[in-house]
Design a protein around this ligand. Structure first.
Ligand code: HBI
Ligand code: FE
Length: 284
C-alpha cells in the first residue's frame, strides 16, 4: 500500500494496492476520518446510470448455472436494475435481514479502516462507476463490483457473520503484521471463491460474480486448478490481479467457510511464514 498525498481537510489518504502507474481516481477529500462519505448521487450522469443498467443486464443473464443459489435468491434485493441504486434503499432491506449496512467510500481504503467497518457490520461500497471504455474490465472496485458482487451474500446470515469475523480477524492480523497472509484468504474466498452445490460448481466470490468472462472460466474451464479450501494452502499462495485466476479453492457450504476460518490464526501465520510461498498456478 502506498499512501500518496494526505488531504488537508480530512486527513484521509488515497490508497493503491499492487503496482499501478495511475493514482487512485476517487476524490478522497470527500471522506471523513473513517473514510466513509455520502453517496454522491447527484454526481451520476445519465451515462453512468446507463453503464450500470448495461452491466447489470449482461451479468444477470449469466448468473443462472454459474452463481450459487444464495446469491441468485438475494440478487433482486438490490432493487433498481435500470439505474445506480440509492444505498439507503438497499439498507432498509439489508439491515432488517442481517443487521448489515452499506456505506459509501471514495474507492480503495487502507486496511485498518476497511477492517474496522467490516467488524461493525458496515460494508464499504465505492460510489463511482467505471467509464464506458472500461465496460469489460476494471482494476479498482467500482459501484457495480461492490454492489452486484458483494452485497447479495450479505443477506445470507452465515456469510454475513463470516464477513464480520473477517473484519475482526483483519484488525488482529494488522497487530501481528500478517495482513498480507490474510489478504490472500480474502482474495481466494470472498473475491474468487467457488462452492459445490447440488447442481454443480458455482461461484460465490465477488470478483467472479461481477465478471462476465470469469464466471464461465471459473466454473466451466478445464484450465484452472480447483482445490478444496485449506487455510494454510491459501495463505501460501500468491495471486494475480490482472488475469483470470489459475487456482480456485472450493467449499461445500458457507458453514464450512465459517468453521475453517474460525480458529485463531496466530499459530497459522507463524507456520506459514516458515513455509515457501506457492505460485498462483501451483497445482498441489
Ligand atoms: N477498500 N474499498 C475497499 N474495498 C476493498 O475490497 C478493500 C479495501 N481496502 C483493503 C482491501 N480491500 C484489502 O486489504 C483486502 O485484502 C482486505
Ligand atoms: Fe471486491
Amino acid at each position: 500500500m502506498t499512501g500518496a498525498v494526505q488531504d488537508k481537510a480530512t486527513g484521509a489518504t488515497p490508497v493503491v494496492y499492487g503496482a499501478s502507474d495511475r493514482p487512485p481516481r476517487g476524490d478522497y477529500s470527500r471522506a471523513a476520518l473513517d473514510y466513509t462519505c455520502p453517496q454522491n448521487y447527484a454526481a451520476y450522469t445519465s451515462a453512468d446510470h446507463e453503464t450500470y443498467r448495461r452491466l447489470y443486464e449482461r451479468q444477470e443473464t449469466l448468473v443462472p448455472g454459474h452463481a450459487c443459489d444464495e446469491f441468485i435468491a438475494a440478487l433482486p434485493l438490490l432493487g433498481a436494475k435500470d439505474r445506480i441504486p440509492h444505498f439507503d434503499e438497499i439498507n432498509e432491506r439489508l439491515h432488517k435481514a442481517t443487521g448489515w449496512e452499506i456505506v459509501a467510500v471514495p474507492g480503495l481504503i487502507p486496511e485498518v479502516p476497511f477492517f474496522t467497518l467490516l467488524a461493525n457490520r458496515k460494508f464499504p461500497c465505492t460510489d463511482w462507476i467505471r467509464k464506458p471504455e472500461e465496460f469489460d474490465y476494471i482494476v479498482e472496485p467500482d459501484v457495480f463490483h461492490d454492489l452486484f458482487g458483494h452485497v447479495p451474500l450479505l443477506f445470507n446470515p452465515v456469510f454475513a457473520d463470516h464477513m464480520q469475523e473477517y473484519g475482526k480477524g483483519g484488525l488482529k492480523a494488522h497487530g501481528l503484521d500478517s495482513c498480507e497472509l490474510l489478504s490472500r484468504l480474502y482474495w481466494y474466498t470472498i473475491e474468487f471463491g467457488l462452492i459445490r452445490q447440488a447442481d454443480g460448481l458455482r461461484a460465490y466470490g465477488a470478483g467472479i460474480l461481477s465478471s462476465p468472462g470469469e464466471l464461465r472460466h471459473a466454473t466451466e474451464s478445464a484450465e484452472p486448478n480447483r482445490l478444496p479450501l485449506d487455510v494454510e494452502r491459501v495463505m501460501r499462495t500468491r495471486y494475480k490481479i490482472d488475469s483470470y485466476q489459475q487456482t480456485y479453492f472450493v467449499i461445500d457450504s458457507f458453514q464450512e467457510l465459517f468453521d475453517k476460518t474460525a480458529p485463531d490464526f496466530t499459530p497459522i501465520y507463524e507456520r506459514v511464514r516458515q513455509l515457501p510461498e506457492l505460485a498462483a498456478d501451483a497445482a498441489d
